[in-house]
Design a protein around this ligand. Sequence first.
Ligand SMILES: [Zn+2]
Length: 710
Amino acid sequence: MLNFEGLQAHVTLESALKIQQENIRATKMNQRELTKILSKKINLPAKKTRKLIESFGDVISLAVSKGEKVTYSNFGTFYLVNYPSKVINHPIFGKKKRTVMLATNVVKWMPSDSIKDLVNHHLQTENVTTFGAAKTIREAKKKAGIAEYKALDISKAEHSALIEIQKKEKEPAPEEEITEIPIRVIKKDWTDLPITHLDTPVRRTTPFTRALSQVEYIDLSKIQIPSTILCLVPKEIAHRTKVVPIDLKDEILIIGMTDPTDHEALDTIKKLVRKQISPRLISEKDLTQILNRYDMLGIESAQATTKPAETRQIDWKKTTPVSRVINLILKRAVREQATMIHFDTEDDDIVVRFRIGDQLLDKASLSKSLHQKVLAHFKRLVDQSEEKNGVTRQLFSLNVAGVPEEFELIGITAVDGEKIVIKTKNRLKELKKLTEIGFRDRDYQAIIENAPRPGVNLITGQEDVGRAGMFYALADFYRDQNLHVVTLEKSPALAVSGVSQIDMNKIPGFDLNATISTLAAFDCDVLMLDSIPGAEIFNQILTLFAEKIIVISVEAYDSITAITTLLGTGINPAVFAKKLNLILASKEISRLCPHCRELVKIDSKTVRQIRDILADLPADERARLRRLGSHFYQGQGCKKCNGSGHIGNTMMLELLVANEKIRDLIADDFDAEKIRKEALKNHFTTYAQDGIIIALIGEVAISDVLPEIK
Ligand SMILES: [Zn+2]
């Protein structure tokens, strides 16, 4: 007998599935949108609505997980389907490799007839989603001209499909055909699941579960672990073993781990701390959070951080690998802003010394037996070293707190053996705004007014870092003005977004002349060069970019010497003078240690000198400075600054704004003194003035400022 209804259902199911596969609707509503809509519909605050949805989900999840069926009339039924494990052909290797599908529980939702009608007939009714309103749907169907019968009986079809599946599962699995331990490979994350065997497993308490049951769980989200405890396990080891120290009680170290049965990790930690350890089970989330804290603290090693800062000698364990020792020394050097690291051989030791400021300080001593190893390690760090007159120099980089730092290795073959000096490369690390560099008030106003004018702006100073800082700050400034900036650089130190940077070193056979011509025809508003081009090219730039902005970085002491340097290349003074706009100059100066600076008295001669320097400032600026008082500071020396009174460097700035008179002076007979005098009348802050200003606010010592002034 032909079961028409059943056949139709089957056919419809098949075609429905086909449609489903071919045409999955991509629109998706997320929880936020659902909350918003619901909240509006039932006129309940969003917060309460979210709670309601969550509770609804919770109740259903809980009931279904217990095997209960949850039926919400006119909406549908949530139920649990259990697919027992079975042997299938491997999805990739086919019959050759039989695979076990693990027993799985799947939650299904069987929609109610009204939902199905709604979905399939796109009924437009206002209250159709109000459950229990079957009548509304019926009316809507009638209105739409849909007959009152079940057009798409998915429930029946699905039911028979389920019966089919269940029938197949009852057939005995062909166990003898299985040749290897099957692993699920259909989905990547499934491979993590424990493998279930086809035969009923004998319940046994394995060491795994026993150990697990004895370990106490600890919620670390409520506990703040002091950094002194975190230091007990170095960051690298914590990351590798996934073990974090929690507390130290009666010489027993309490540690947290996500897998307390990881004996290898336990052994590593035991050996490391040389203490008794007591593991606790922690959540994956807590572990990640603590490992992140390690990264923020920059804790690298127990040795380097548990020792107080004043301890100059690092007590290296003989077993510590040389590479680790050296990495720690280099990292510490960067942290302490050392400019040089010396490895000196002395009697029985290698003494490691840092040059910080103008002092050479003993920092660590290594056993002399390590000497050859240290040498060998450095030779490995550098790819190939160039040797010249017994001195080798080579750049290498190393990650320090996640930031690559550059070092220069200088090897010296001395009478008593090989000596190693490492120079830390002080590179520009971040983009700063002009105001952050220190151009403030009237100086910044002058830059805003003059920098966007067509013409030539110079950036100068003797230190690469200072010039690079101003170069990128200015590039960024122009970019903010919606100008298209193109830079021509040799190995850019920074990438400035929105600025077209051309690395001249990276282009084989780079032709500056040809590039300039191309750029002139190109849509470029600002052309920036990180070094002085030859006179011929400079003249070409002045012609081709006559209506555009040109910025050139010139290595010179101050703004006046920058002009001299540029004129020295043989450019036409008259043409250059006509175009000159601004000159920004910077000079490095030691920054006072904020921890130990104290007020100092200055003698009357210095007071007079300061007064003379400030006399050139406009009256309102002088009045503003007077309000700061006349206090000057001096570093006393403390542990934080290694007794030097200084920590790092800052800049003294100079700004020259060209006017017609200055331009005439440059073009006619270049007289530095006349230009200086004229410039002072017209927004020109000198190193001396800026130095005094930053000395007044306690950033630098006045005794450091005055000798720096020519
Ligand atoms: Zn200090």
